[in-house]
Design a protein around this ligand. Structure first.
Ligand code: IPM
Ligand code: MN
Length: 365
């Protein structure tokens, strides 16, 4: 089979980690004989600088006609001007909205060999294995009204949280489907006691959950969840929540994995049970402070390419091969600086990418 993949490297460490994800795919191609056809597009600050907009219609069209999108990162201090609303991140928002990428899957797990990199005690994080399903095309990020204006008393701005039952239903369904293949538990997180939109969220989530006899769907308030996530993370299997809450909790959850540099993501437009359009990106963002130094951890990008194989191309075995290669390289003690500790071997972004690619080509035992 031959697959077309749109490659949007973006800003900051985006390009350097994407290169390593491409090495992973090259190794998969060699071992399994798939054909990958890449087409590059500009996004984010890179596109703003070159073309004056965060993303052109051509780049959007490229993504629409591809089987999957590999995305690096967008944004950086160079484009952080609070007085303008023209921002690199708009490329991401436009892709999410126009490609209808409503379900953002963010798997978070603890790696036993990285236990001590977590600020939490090893016995707390050990065994944690959660998939967050973050709603990605609605809520506070997109709802209207969303504007700023001048009043006689001064400047004012508003964002809104608006959810339709259809928007809630489809994302909760993705969570339930995922749970059926895992530990069969879904926790839906909302702020039911304060927000009307959360009351609808809870109602619809309960209705969807009741269709899944073998899935145990329960609810948790966002503030309680924020605490439970670090008190006893092993209680969670699948967590589904709104766009804004999902953004916040997945950064918090990164402490379970030891580093943001370990967390991949998939943004999907359909159910994860067949081929579907998806955008794959590390959750760490552009990390401008370490860009260009060869020290960024490429594993989040590499693990994102595994999710691409699994969810967009239906290549589950190949995805597992990538994930096992990552685990095996970590077991051997190789670390980028974000996950380095004494007694392990520090490697560069590029070396880490090559180690994983080599392990894919030449599996052990
Ligand atoms: C993420 C990022 C984005 C978001 C930023 C870059 C706009 O933090 O994907 O989590 O808030 O959605
Ligand atoms: Mn975020």
């Amino acid at each position: 089979m031959s697959y077309s993949i749109a490659v949007l490297r973006g800003d900051g460490i985006g390009p350097e980690v994407t290169v390593e994800a491409l090495k992973t795919l090259a190794a998969i191609k060699e071992r399994f004989g798939h054909g990958f056809l890449y087409e590059e597009g500009l996004v984010g600050g890179a596109s703003l600088d070159e073309l004056g907009v965060p993303m052109t219609d051509d780049t959007l069209a490229l993504c629409q006609r591809s089987d999957a999108i590999l995305f690096g990162a967008a944004g950086g201090p160079k484009w952080d001007d609070a007085s303008t609303d023209l921002r690199p991140e708009q490329a991401l928002f436009r892709l999410r909205k126009e490609l209808n990428l409503f379900a953002n899957l963010r798997p978070v797990r603890s790696y036993p060999m990285l236990d001590e990199k977590s600020p939490l005690r090893p016995e707390v994080v050990r065994g944690a294995d959660i998939i967050f399903v973050r709603e990605l095309t609605g809520g506070l990020y997109f709802s209207q009204p969303k504007k700023r204006w001048q009043t006689p008393e001064g400047r004012r701005a508003v964002d809104s949280e608006d959810y339709s039952e259809q928007e809630i239903e489809r994302v909760v369904r993705v969570a339930c489907e995922l749970a059926t293949k895992r530990r069969k538990k879904v926790v839906s997180v909302d702020k039911f006691n304060a927000l009307i939109s959360s009351r609808l969220w809870r109602q619809v989530a309960t209705e969807v959950g009741s269709e899944y006899a073998d899935v145990d769907l329960s609810h948790m308030l966002a503030d309680t969840f924020a605490m439970q996530l670090i008190v006893r993370p092993t209680q969670f299997d699948v967590v589904v929540t709104t766009n804004m809450f999902g953004d916040i909790f997945t950064d918090e959850a990164a402490v379970l994995a030891g580093s943001m540099g370990m967390l991949p993501s998939a943004s999907l437009s359909g159910l994860p049970d067949g081929r579907t359009l998806g955008l794959y990106e590390p959750i760490h963002g552009s990390a401008p402070d370490i860009a260009g130094q060869g020290i960024a951890n490429p594993l989040a990008a590499i693990l994102s390419s595994a999710l691409l194989l699994r969810y967009s191309l239906g290549l589950d075995e190949e995805a597992c091969v990538v994930e096992h290669a990552v685990t095996s390289i970590l077991e051997e003690g190789y670390r980028t600086s974000d996950i380095y500790s004494e007694g392990t071997r520090k490697v560069s972004t590029q070396e880490m990418g090559e180690l994983v690619a080599t392990r894919i080509r030449e599996p052990k035992g």
